[in-house]
Design a protein around this ligand. Structure first.
Ligand SMILES: [Ca+2]
Ligand SMILES: [Ca+2]
Length: 653
């Protein structure tokens, strides 16, 4: 039926055709039908053409911020029984990101790009490279609800932050079908005891459209215990159910079982998955015993060798001692530390402890668990967590366990499992991750209780020269919405990449100030500055590899000291509604102290000039918590003058 003619044609031309693979577009007859779509930013000069049996795209992105452009055509595809979709790509010039878009007949889409396991989805390959979407495993970046059995349009989408110019060639859009109908079960070890951890199993039967499935449960001796589903059609090639580990209302005894799917119709066969039930351990609900804490932190590279320092314990100790005493003396109270070799954990934590400095330590064994594609069992997570906590839980300097940097959407289930078990073993140090995608953060706050959410915003690029806040304000708003009222910590930009064109630049002192006060006005109760020391050959931080300060350091530590004076007031505040209305180029938030007092934070969005905000607040006298200046609101309004990038924390008297 579908694609047969194309498949036959390809059989004649492709010597290396793999069984079950079909090339649905090889551009052998040019690019008729393909058309540009979704232009955004300054992309008007982008062109596409046919060249030597491939699609050639000359992208010429000139916008200072987000630029994207797509080339799309109508193409009816039934991917219901497809295991993967792939295409080949090569490119020259600036490397940009590429996404594959699939639209169904109702306009719903899936878009697969450089996230999850597909970090290779970009253009900069001198030689042809095959990029593959595994449809069962890879999740869509944004859409995610298209009917894969009913794809009507296919697009190649190119994206870059800031200007980029180059050429990419795309060829051989290829579909690979599953060799046979298949049963997919997640997780394969369940504990149906109502603690919210692995209490249910997601059962998915996949096969060609027209196939029907019957799903049964067998005991350890292959005896039939129950029929969970009988003769169900695979609409769109899939049939799903969620199963709670119960049969006729009763929980199964702990033990080993088999789930079996029998398929009838266009293709037949059976597919089985072994499942373990062990409900003996109930994890307590997440309840942290950590004290309220207002971090004024930096990101700090934990591998001494990165900056050319000796990596033996004595050399590392000297590196850590110098950094932590310097940071502490300048008003910072903690550092988030990635890449510390496991052999130096104690050295690092001991050094921090001696300087009364806090550490959020990235712990590789837990990062590996969160990042795993396969199922995690509660037992293996417990074993890994226990061994980490037993080893370093005794250090007072340890504040959090960083369990993954910038988790993508599909890492969230593993993240939550690691977090739950970590919270049971060490309730005083929560799991920590900094998010760079608000979609992932939104999924996290939907699924679990956290002690705080952490996100980074890096708005200052060479393409938007100072003074400019880039897309800082809307990005902050998106992260705030995704935070769902959880305590927020912001990671701010105090770095540049000077050696690469079109990359990040250092913020000006006023831009850094605006990042900081806008975050506080949004309700953030902690700030981090990325990054303390240079990563030679990669990025420029606040101090050089030998500790010599750059121009970035003083404005940053002066802000740290300023925020440090405000922190005792800010750390106990609770948001009071949506925040006051503001006229003028500023953001404002209103908050309550534990005693019920009103605090209004007003921050300028303009790092290049003075502004005056008119804020709608209750009448009365207000005092600037830092400068002591007095302000008065009457008629429901207060005028708040702000110097470039500045903010004010105003306490109602
Ligand atoms: Ca071709
Ligand atoms: Ca459970």
């Amino acid at each position: 039926m579908r694609r047969t003619a194309v498949a036959v044609a390809c059989l004649l031309t492709l010597s290396s055709l793999v069984l079950g693979e079909t090339v649905v577009e090889d551009f052998a007859s040019g690019i008729s039908g393909w058309e540009p779509a979704m232009p955004y930013g300054d992309v008007a000069a982008t062109r596409f053409a046919a060249e030597e049996g491939a699609l050639r795209v000359d992208y010429d992105f000139r916008g200072a911020e987000t630029n994207h452009w797509m080339v799309i055509r109508s193409m009816k595809l039934d991917l219901a029984a497809a295991e993967s979709v792939s295409f080949t790509i090569r490119g020259t010039g600036d490397d940009v990101l590429v996404f594959l878009f699939l639209y169904d007949s109702r306009g719903r889409f899936m878009n697969y790009g450089p996230h999850g396991s597909n970090t290779d989805f970009h253009t900069g390959y001198p030689d042809w490279r095959k990029l593959t979407v595994m449809l069962e495993r890879d999740s869509s970046a944004q859409g995610g609800d298209a009917d894969l059995g009913d794809i009507q349009r296919v697009g190649f989408f190119f994206w870059h932050l800031g200007p980029a110019k180059g050429t990419a060639w795309v060829d051989n859009l290829t579909i690979a079908d599953f060799p046979a109908p298949k049963l997919v079960v997640r997780p394969v070890a369940i504990s149906p005891n109502g603690d919210g951890v692995n209490d249910t199993i997601q059962v998915l039967a996949r096969g060609p459209r027209g196939c029907r499935t019957t799903v049964t449960l067998l005991d350890g001796n292959s005896r039939l215990l129950a029929t969970l589903a009988s003769d169900r059609p695979l609409d769109g090639g899939r049939w799903r159910m969620s199963w709670d580990g119960r049969v006729r209302g009763r929980r199964l005894p702990d033990g080993s079982y088999t789930l079996q799917a029998s398929f009838a119709g266009e293709k037949t066969g059976t597919s089985t998955v072994a499942v373990t039930v062990d409900a003996s351990h109930r994890w307590p609900p997440v309840r942290y015993r950590s004290k309220p804490f207002f971090p004024i932190g930096v990101w700090f590279e934990g591998a001494p060798s990165y900056a050319g320092h000796p990596a033996d314990p004595a050399g590392a100790k000297a590196y850590y001692d110098r950094a932590f005493s310097d940071l502490k003396a300048h008003g910072f109270n903690c550092a988030a530390v990635p890449n510390c070799p496991e052999s130096l954990w104690e050295t690092l934590l001991q050094s921090a402890q001696e300087h009364d400095f806090g550490i959020i330590l990235e712990v590789a064994p837990l990062v590996a668990l969160v990042s795993r594609r396969e199922e995690l069992t509660e037992a293996e997570v417990y074993t890994a967590v226990k061994s980490v906590v037993d080893r370093i839980g005794k250090y007072r300097s340890l504040l959090r366990y960083q369990v993954r940097d910038e988790p993508p959407l599909d890492a969230i289930p593993n993240w939550v499992l690691v977090q739950r078990i970590l919270a049971a073993v060490d309730p005083s140090r929560p799991a920590f991750s900094c998010f760079c995608w608000y979609e992932s953060l939104g999924r996290l706050t939907q699924e679990t209780t956290v002690s705080e959410v952490v996100f980074d915003i890096y708005p200052h690029r060479q393409g938007n020269p100072p003074p400019s806040m880039g897309s800082f304000v809307p990005t902050l708003a998106a992260f705030k919405a995704a935070s769902r009222g959880n305590r927020m910590w912001a990671v701010l930009q105090a770095f540049g990449i000077s050696h690469a064109p079109n990359s990040w630049r250092y913020p000006t002192p006023e831009e850094l100030r605006a990042q900081t006060y806008l975050s506080l006005a949004a309700g953030c109760q902690g700030v981090f500055y990325f990054i303390y020391s240079h990563m030679p050959g990669y990025l420029d931080g606040m101090v050089a590899a030998d500790g010599t300060p750059t121009a970035m350091y003083e404005p940053t530590w002066r802000l740290a000291q300023e925020v440090g004076k405000l922190a005792p007031l800010l750390q106990d505040l609770r948001p009071a509604g949506e925040g006051p209305a503001v006229e003028g180029e500023a953001l404002a938030g209103s908050f309550r102290t534990p005693a019920g007092g009103l605090v209004v934070i007003v921050a300028s969005t303009q790092p290049g000039r003075d502004v005056t905000a008119r804020v709608t607040v209750p009448d009365g006298n207000y005092r600037d918590a830092l400068s002591g200046e007095a302000f008065r609101a009457w008629g429901g309004k207060m005028r708040v003058p702000l110097s470039p990038g500045h903010g004010r924390v105003l306490v109602r008297e």
